[in-house]
Design a protein around this ligand. Structure first.
Ligand SMILES: Nc1nc2c(c(=O)[nH]1)N[C@H]1C(S)=C(S)[C@@H](COP(=O)(O)O)O[C@H]1N2
Ligand SMILES: [Mo]
Length: 438
């Protein structure tokens, strides 16, 4: 099928799927002006009859550059939501507002955090990392010592195994993308490969696992297979170029790209090489979800291929018919995203989206697709594939395996974890966006 020429001579973008989904190639070819005319968004702005007036800030010198720049005071509503703002003695969650940001890196102040016993106030000069157990030479590293080793940088998402747990509820919970999917974020992490440090300590061939432990009060610890240590595990020191945020593990954390958030031990102080897993509290209890047949996963390390639409999403009401961009994030613990399809008719027909370059491994990829909304009810979904050939499941497929709950318990009370199924947003005639199951 060929695009048609409009009366004005521009190529009209092809409608490639139901309810007005347009050809993503409209984003890829021609200049911005041509694309604008093609998609009919040229007059989203309002008509200008007069030249611009000078506002007060245009008539006086501006403010002083502070030593550490803060965002505009008009942006304060762009904030994380807190599950335990008074710091009661239980877990604290701070969720990323995916609908209020864009791109692929989560700003450090908006990266989600989960801390099970508060954020420790660690003096970086006193903090030590010990590597011992089945090694040839146990070694202790200061932060300064770690800085003498070669470093690497990579983008990686971190996602809690409990992210998106509300999707196990029998009824769709009316909440924002922040409440539903806010326990995943993505950053560029810089640090020393764990394999580099293990070259220094040497590895006893009997070592099959390592146990990572944090310096916070619960000394959170998790067992990790040695294969991950020798693959892409990192002792991360920097997050998006600056030192790791206190809530994200200052002054150092274990980064296991693509693996369950809880294993990415923050405030990292100890790595012990062993021949067997420790069966620590979090791996034996919280992160070993029980299945409907009464059995439980012993370990579930991977965060599998997933995507969700951030724009539009609940709270972002459409303002009348016409052009909109549908965009969201896709990621997979198995590698790169290879394809994201979007539907506007609840999965009856699909359009391929444009993937924003670069498409990094085990990190957020932003997908975008042009859409012309005709003011009728529409049902938006995104569906992702990764380079290993894995396909994001539907909600029905994942619930068939993991079960669902009739109650609406707090996130930690859901029967299962690792929800990577499809998310569905219903657009109503008045432009409001609702969470539904399709
Ligand atoms: N030491 C320590 N490490 C920890 C935690 C913690 O409470 N203490 N929380 C874990 C959990 S449950 C998750 S999901 C991730 C979250 O990482 P983030 O807070 O940097 O997003 O850190 C993990 N590492
Ligand atoms: Mo977590």
């Amino acid at each position: 099928m060929q695009s048609k020429r409009s009366k004005s001579g521009w190529l009209e973008p092809e409608v490639v799927a139901g309810n007005g989904l347009l050809d993503r190639r409209a984003f890829l070819r021609g200049g911005a002006a041509a694309a604008g005319a093609m998609m009919g968004y040229t007059f989203v702005g309002s008509a200008a009859a007069e030249p611009l007036a000078d506002d007060p800030w245009s008539k006086v010198p501006g403010g002083i550059s502070p030593p550490y720049e803060q965002r505009s005071r008009y942006e304060e509503k762009v904030a994380r939501t807190l599950s335990n703002p008074k710091g009661e003695p239980r877990t604290q969650h701070a969720r990323t507002p995916h609908h209020l940001i864009n791109g692929t890196f989560t700003p450090n102040g908006l990266h989600f955090t989960i801390v099970h016993a508060g954020t420790p106030d660690i003096d970086p000069d006193k903090h030590r990392l010990l590597i011992h157990g089945l090694v040839k030479r146990p070694l202790v590293f200061t932060l300064d010592a770690l800085h003498r080793y070669p470093m690497v940088s990579r983008m990686s998402f971190v996602e809690c195994g409990g992210n998106s747990a509300p999707f196990f509820s029998k009824e769709p919970i009316q909440a924002s993308v922040q409440a539903l999917h806010g326990l995943v974020s993505c950053a560029e992490w810089t640090g020393v490969r764990l394999s580099t440090l293990l070259e220094e300590t040497g590895i006893d061939p009997k070592a099959k696992w390592f146990i990572a432990e944090g310096a916070d009060a619960p000394a959170l610890s998790r067992s990790v297979p040695m294969t991950k240590a020798l693959d892409d595990a990192m002792v991360a020191l920097y997050q998006n170029g600056e030192r790791i945020m206190p809530g994200n593990g200052y002054p150092m954390r274990l980064l296991l790209p693509g693996w369950e958030g809880n294993m990415n031990v923050k405030f990292l102080r100890r790595i012990q090489l062993t021949d067997a897993p420790a069966m620590s509290y979090y791996e034996a209890r919280t992160y070993a979800p029980v299945l409907p047949n009464g059995k439980a996963y012993q370990f579930y390390f991977l965060q599998e291929v997933k995507s969700f639409i951030t724009h539009p999403s609940p709270g972002l009401t459409l303002k009348g018919p016409g052009f909109y961009e549908i965009s969201g994030v896709a990621y997979s613990g198995n590698g790169r995203i290879s394809k994201v399809m979007v539907s506007a008719d609840g999965g009856q027909s699909w359009a391929q989206t444009a993937l924003q370059e670069p498409v990094p491994s085990k990190a957020f990829t932003r997908f975008r697709t042009p859409w012309r909304w005709d003011n009728n009810p529409a049902v938006l979904q995104s569906h992702a594939w990764d380079e290993a050939g894995n396909v994001q499941p539907t909600r029905a497929q994942i619930v068939a395996v993991r079960g669902e709950t009739t109650k609406v318990p707090p996130v930690t009370g859901f029967p299962s974890q690792h929800y990577n199924g499809i998310t569905t947003w219903a657009i109503e005639r008045n432009g409001e966006v609702k969470h539904v199951y399709a």
